[in-house]
Design a protein around this ligand. Sequence first.
Ligand code: FAD
Length: 568
Amino acid sequence: MANRQTILDTLREQPDVSVLIIGGGVNGIGTFRDLALQGVDVLLVDKADFCSGASAASSHMAHGGLRYLENGEFRLVHEALIERNRLLQNAPHYVHPLPTTIPIFSWFSGMFNAPLKFLGLLDKPSERGAIIIKAGLTMYDWFTRRFRMTPTHVFHSRAESLVTRPGLNPGIVCTATYYDAWMPYPERICIELLADAETSSDKARALNYVSAIDGEADTVTLRDELTGETFTVKPQIVINAAGPWIDFVNQALDESTNFIGGTKGSHLVLDHPELHKLCDGHELFFENKDGRITLFFPLLDRVLVGTTDIHIDDPEQAICTDEEIDYMLDLIRVVFPDLDVNRSHVVFQFCGVRPLPSSDATTAGQISRDHSIRAIEPDSRLSYPVLSLVGGKWTSFRAFSEQVTDNVLARLKQQRLTTTRDRAIGGGRDYPKNNVDRKALIHETAVETGLEVEHVQTLFERYGTRVREIAAYLAAEPDTPLGYTPGYSRREVQFLAETEKVVHLDDLLLRRTLLAMLGKVTPQSLHEITDVLAAVLDWDDARKQAEIERVIEDWRFRHGVNLAPLAV
Ligand SMILES: Cc1cc2nc3c(=O)[nH]c(=O)nc-3n(C[C@H](O)[C@H](O)[C@H](O)COP(=O)(O)OP(=O)(O)OC[C@H]3O[C@@H](n4cnc5c(N)ncnc54)[C@H](O)[C@@H]3O)c2cc1C
């Protein structure tokens, strides 16, 4: 991917860009890729790391959103289901089908409430019984009838469910199982989209740790967050893809808007082998007594639990509180009442803000999850239009990006050259069609590089078909496994640091790998990885210490992780 310093140097000499995208979450990055493929000169900046805002706080689900049917959001659910299927097809290395089981506690509840909600005559969540759930799942299956990628739903009797799912709450009347999809590495999908974009066009450039801080006449002022240095660019069109920060960015551009009414959502990651076993590879998706939908499912060897939905004004203040932790742990006991689950099982927590449209709905669940472009046309203050990307699901980022790209192309009077509908992402390209092909790829790569088959298998699970490129890099020079970071070698970390725009230590731990989220970072591994990054990124001792302190402080505040500093 293009080098940060080279991009900065070029911009100082040549500040004109056709499109400036402010915000490198999935919607900004998706639009960046689409515009790059159309040959548009596009610059993307993010004030922090790529995919570190709302896009890093999702429930890791690629889904249609069953419950949005109740709010009458048929267009959104239909689109999200089609996009879920496209993700299964275009990113098979990072998006996998997920059987999802709903424990159901009544037959008829919600039969009268659901139509009232649909008509807008009821504005608080209420219990959904088997009949309502059956209607929703039938519609869910119907939406994908022409492009089916997963099995249709089935219901199981109470007796059958209690036999197949030991420990399940005996208060159920039945269970329903349907399919959605999960994404172990959403952040890596974003990094691969960026890499695909920059590889496809030398007119596409992306910078992390660069903020948009001001707008005037035909310029936008940017600040390099590493050095504090400011510089200006001259865009023809600005895309405000700042998610929950959209109104703050518009304010910086001297435009007052009230587009966003964000709600925060928290998640926990549990190290709980018994719960992991009870999930049996399924997501458990259910409603609490307050009508809020919640879920948990196996995230590799851990269990991901989510989520809450609480109004918040300032996204910087979004952290998972003790009350939310207790609330989510209680939820697990709704499904498995006898299970011992407590705070000692929590190895990581995270929280983010949904960039929902501002709304006067009385409950967060009623606010539309659909996406829209809000345009501020050029005026006496700014000579460029500002297109704000409001709302949207992770799942439907491609469709949203396509809509934004078409809008931009019309403004630039350019034709669309290609579509992203069937375009594979990163290591999803030339993905093996079956087990035989997969084994052959792994075996051939092992023979070519001399790496152990098990090692190549792990790399394939992490990077899909990019395994060839990465295994070749690992084999090119002597390599050693990291002593405190099981499953990683020195050269693998080096590869990520050299090729994936890693600026800070936490970029690697939180977003290029799942090490932090799975609770696998120890004080020793923190130091070990810092040493590898320091060699690649040219950090002196002071910078190494600053990076470690940054992680310790931020993770204690944001992720409930206490990493005691090592004595030096
Ligand atoms: C708790 C929760 C659970 C969710 N679960 C799911 C799910 O399971 N499935 C699903 O499909 N969707 C889910 N979503 C929704 C989805 O994650 C978001 O809608 C989507 O990620 C929004 O992406 P975005 O690019 O618009 O915003 P963001 O990802 O927030 O990106 C905005 C970026 O703008 C940057 N920025 C802000 N200000 C500036 C500035 N001045 N200069 C430069 N950059 C700036 C930020 O650093 C940030 O990286 C969930 C969301 C949340 C919060």
